[in-house]
Design a protein around this ligand. Sequence first.
Ligand SMILES: CC(C)(COP(=O)(O)OP(=O)(O)OC[C@H]1O[C@@H](n2cnc3c(N)ncnc32)[C@H](O)[C@@H]1OP(=O)(O)O)[C@@H](O)C(=O)NCCC(=O)NCCS
Length: 322
Amino acid sequence: MRRMRPADASAAADVFYAAQDELYDRLHQPRIPRNEASLTAFLERLVRSDPERAWVVESEGDGTAPDGAAAASDARLAAFGVAVQREAFWFLSFLFVRPKEQGTGVGRRLLERCMPGEGAGEQPAILATCVESLQPVSTGLYASYGIVPRMPMFALVGEPRPGSLPALPPSVRIRSFESIAEGEIDGHRRLVEAVGSIDHARLGYARPGDHRAWRVDDGRQGFIYVARGSGEPLGYGYVQTSGRVGPVALLDPALGPAVVGDLMQRARPAGAWLALVPGVADHTLLALLRAGLRFDGTPALFCSTRDGPRFEGYLPASFALL
Ligand SMILES: CC(C)(COP(=O)(O)OP(=O)(O)OC[C@H]1O[C@@H](n2cnc3c(N)ncnc32)[C@H](O)[C@@H]1OP(=O)(O)O)[C@@H](O)C(=O)NCCC(=O)NCCS
């Protein structure tokens, strides 16, 4: 076992797809779509942000590469785990073991290396992760450390019927992140503060580096929703031309349907929209279902050592980085 390096990201993506494909094939479920370039870039980003929480397990190869040619090195990745910590919130983003090596304690040992150790900076108040509800092994493994399933999170896909989502109330004003950061004196600092205060209220931690990556690396467009008149921040949301909506964080969960409807008018994806919606964000969940979006696959389960983020007014960025 050794620290994961950014250069391991592509091999780790290969382990991810090998483990996922075997699991879904065994359960007669459709395989998840592949996007190796984006997964590799995302893994690299997480390893750079939290280098001490990313580990790999190498296994001795037999000297041949998968295509039969002589392998450049005898070692290949058997497993990898990546966790991140934002203030006192520790989150396991990935834990994957090649099918042939599963069930022999590799996953447990890797998880323990990714977990916070003594003297490893700020000690987290909460340990958390998201699991697939169809996977009892990981769910049981994490539960053995007190990280237990607390809430389902649904992937909703589709196109809302025109006029089916409410309009924003006239008391709410929308500003793009760019218009604040670039158009006002001290705008960047004020934007970071506003977004950080919303994250603290909803999630219990701030994450300026993740916001930068969502805008700069992913090309997500960010919007802040403020009270007309006072200018008080009410929430923020992102939309991506790929069709992804999120993260969305709102102080008042009742604004969810109108904010998601507004975000969906700010981009025109080639395919369907995709939003990840926690079960307790019921205003948004019901509005999207009634607007015609549909559940995609089985839900993920948010697991944690105790109650933490207030998901009523929150839609995560992904299941691997809330
Ligand atoms: C999930 C995964 C990472 C676990 O790694 P692993 O090396 O296979 O697991 P380990 O042998 O270290 O530990 C397995 C633990 O799972 C738990 N477990 C297994 N089956 C279980 C069940 N039916 N109910 C409850 N707990 C169960 C046990 O706690 C077991 O530990 P123990 O044998 O010490 O009691 C690996 O199996 C994997 O990559 N699976 C496919 C991809 C995947 O689902 N990844 C997680 C996505 S959320």
